[in-house]
Ligand binder design. Structure first.
Ligand SMILES: [Zn+2]
Length: 644
């Protein structure tokens, strides 16, 4: 009897430990269909260096912020305290939930659950949520995003009823209490959760709410139909419409709205918005400038960290809706360059504004549009604490978006990184293991784990830069692989089948400000490795604020043939260690030659704009080392090209 009982108990334990493998939830009519559907949180797990990176994050500010930063600590209004009661608690939770569940870290899950439980148990009779003193729709929009992730990870049955009551309250109240300020520009973030709930309930009043949000929200389509802000904005031009974070968040908004409106012009508006932003404000690290308003293409202007993580979240959703493989290239560029590039290697310090050419990080007023003197320090809350509470979502949501469901019940690899995915395909459990040191190496190996043979499509994004990409299935080379497209394999899969991908990482040169050159290899852009002298400015135990001074010169031009960079650049591979995003731990080095350009100096604490290329230099030639942008906390990324 005792033995049998134990056996039953063991079986139950095994059952509950098995991955739940929920299916992707598709858009319900009358919504237009997504091209791909995001998989529920925890379908994808990080592995290899990416898992270590999430662990670095959890061991840094993300896992400890609530212990010493009051705005997300026990006095937070979102825990019933009298302190900060606006966006910071929800921001923190929006990244803590996916971080905690992707790592399956029970301690962090417990921290997240406190915010969730307080919010759920303190919903008021009228349906409103959050701290009593908050009367702004905006922070609730973030909390809803966090709650949907929590529901996907746990199946908590309280979340959907809470959301239904809240949205009914908002629908009743919006006429007398319309969107204001930030919420006007960020309405797309609420449409996301409104549609999430509609797809799970079929409640058509939610589509009325989506229409009201659109009607009260900023018209992004009109802003980009005739885009006025084609350079760094002046102080009088500043408004919430020119704010870099609002713009990063809005990259997804018109495409989401197209799901409701079915107006092809809305869908086209999303594409136009990216084109216009790229034309006037894109930097070679893959993000737009904004410090913290549109800042043009000078590589000494900055990009606010919130715009990096919100931009990534937008592109993840845009990629699901539109299925454009170029968005996968863009997402990897953002995740693997400006995201790590703006943190210390241990993720205990971050910047507010990062620079593409960043040669001195000190307390000083620089030529930002409107930011203050702390903006490029590495610290706890330099300039303003929004990024401190909001950055946590960057890495975990990226991991959660590596794989998506195809419309015909298969799986798509939309971005690459070491991971495993557990999903259901035609009702059957399917797992895929992705082993790779991408983006530091060019090889990826996928192994299929299924119980019995099963036919399903596998869509693999071939990056646009991966000329001569090779795909092999069980050692057999596949035909018809083209860069800049999804390559689909439709076959009967067996347990243990392998797919190997080789994405040759040819060196590439692109042209930027004043015809300066940037060097790319795969999804990484490379920057001059500059000696870094970290000087503690203030202790904020257990965190600190740091200045970073250059210990070696930075004003180099490169000597290379832009159409054949491989002739003058040697590639050195090093092990991918625990901190790949540090100057000493850089897993790849490019060795090339250049000369100093003596007239290229600092202007107001930043590198002057690179002098117009080509540039003459009479200095002697030196060997230079370039490392990934994310590893270089001081860097030159846009180099003048030398006259030969
Ligand atoms: Zn911020």
């Amino acid at each position: 009897m005792r033995v049998r009982r134990r056996a039953t108990a063991l079986a139950l334990v095994l059952l509950s430990a098995a991955p739940a493998r929920p299916q992707a939830v598709k858009n319900q009519p009358p919504l237009a269909a997504n091209h791909y559907d995001l998989l529920p949180l925890t379908s994808i797990r990080p592995r290899g260096w990416l898992e270590r990176q999430l662990r670095v994050q959890a061991d840094g500010l993300s896992g400890h912020l609530d212990e010493f930063w009051p705005d997300v600590g026990p006095t937070s209004g979102w825990l019933g305290g009298k302190g900060e009661s606006w966006e910071r608690g929800p921001y923190f939770l929006d990244g803590l939930v996916p971080l905690a569940f992707l790592l399956n870290d029970q301690h962090l899950i417990g921290k997240a659950r406190r915010f969730v439980d307080w919010t759920i148990t303190h919903q008021r009779a009228d349906g409103s949520i959050g701290p009593e003193k908050n009367r702004d729709w905006w922070p609730n929009m973030i909390m809803l995003k966090a709650l949907t992730q929590y529901q996907e990870a746990t199946g908590d049955e309280r979340v959907i009823p809470l959301m239904r009551r809240y949205f009914a309250f908002q629908l009743r109240t919006m006429a007398s209490q319309p969107l204001k300020e930030w919420a006007v520009f960020r309405w797309g973030d609420e449409v996301l959760t409104v549609l999430w709930l509609y797809n799970r309930t079929g409640d058509t009043s939610l589509l009325d709410l989506a229409r009201k949000l659109h009607d009260q929200g900023h018209d992004w389509r009109r802003q980009f139909a005739k885009f006025e802000f084609t350079a760094k904005v002046t102080k009088p031009q500043i408004s919430l419409a020119t704010h870099v974070v609002n713009n990063a968040m809005a990259l997804k908004t018109e495409a989401e709205w197209w799901l409701v409106s079915h107006d092809a012009n809305d869908r086209a508006a999303a594409e136009r918005q990216i084109e216009e932003m790229d034309r006037y404000h894109l930097l070679p690290n893959g993000v737009h400038s904004g410090d913290e308003h549109y800042a043009g293409k000078n590589p000494s202007q900055g990009t606010e960290l919130c715009a990096v993580v919100e931009g990534m979240f937008s592109v993840e959703n845009l990629l699901a809706i539109l299925g454009d493989p170029a968005l996968g290239d863009r997402l990897e560029k953002m995740a693997y360059n400006p995201l790590p590039g703006t943190f210390s290697a241990d993720m205990w310090a971050h910047q507010y504004d990062q620079q593409t050419n960043q040669v001195l990080c000190t307390l000083r007023q620089r030529n930002w549009t409107n930011n203050g003197p702390e903006s490029n320090l590495f610290g706890l809350e330099p300039n303003f604490g929004c990024c401190t509470s909001n950055f946590h979502q960057g890495w975990p949501k990226f991991v959660a978006s590596l794989w998506m469901a195809t419309e015909d019940d298969g799986l798509a690899a939309v971005a690459y990184g070491p991971s495993e995915v557990h999903a259901k395909v035609s009702g059957h459990p399917v797992s895929l293991l992705e082993e790779t040191e991408y983006p530091f190496r060019d090889r990826i190996r996928l192994t299929v784990d299924i119980e019995k043979s099963l036919a399903f499509p596998l869509a693999l994004r071939i990056p646009s830069w991966a000329e001569e990409a090779v795909v092999t299935v069980n050692g057999q080379r596949a035909a018809g692989v083209r860069p800049g497209a999804f390559f689909r394999i439709q076959r009967m899969w067996q347990k243990g089948d392998t797919v190997e991908l080789i994405f040759p990482m040819k060196l590439r040169v692109s042209r930027w400000y004043h015809e300066a050159v940037a060097i790319d290899r795969g999804p990484l852009v490379y920057s001059l490795k500059i000696g870094e002298e970290w000087k503690k400015l203030r202790d904020k135990a257990p965190a600190a604020d740091w200045e970073v001074y250059p210990a070696t010169p930075w004003n180099y031009g490169l000597a290379l043939d832009p159409s054949h960079p491989e002739k003058s650049i040697a590639v050195l591979e090093k092990p991918v260690g625990d901190h790949p995003f540090s100057a000493d731990g850089a897993p790849v080095e490019l060795v090339t030659k250049g000369r100093r350009i003596p007239e290229w100096q600092l202007v107001n604490g930043s590198a002057a704009p690179p002098p117009q290329s080509p540039v003459h230099s009479g200095e002697f030639e030196e060997s230079l080392t370039l490392i990934p942008y994310g590893s270089a906390k001081l860097r030159i990324t846009e180099f003048p090209l030398l006259k030969n």
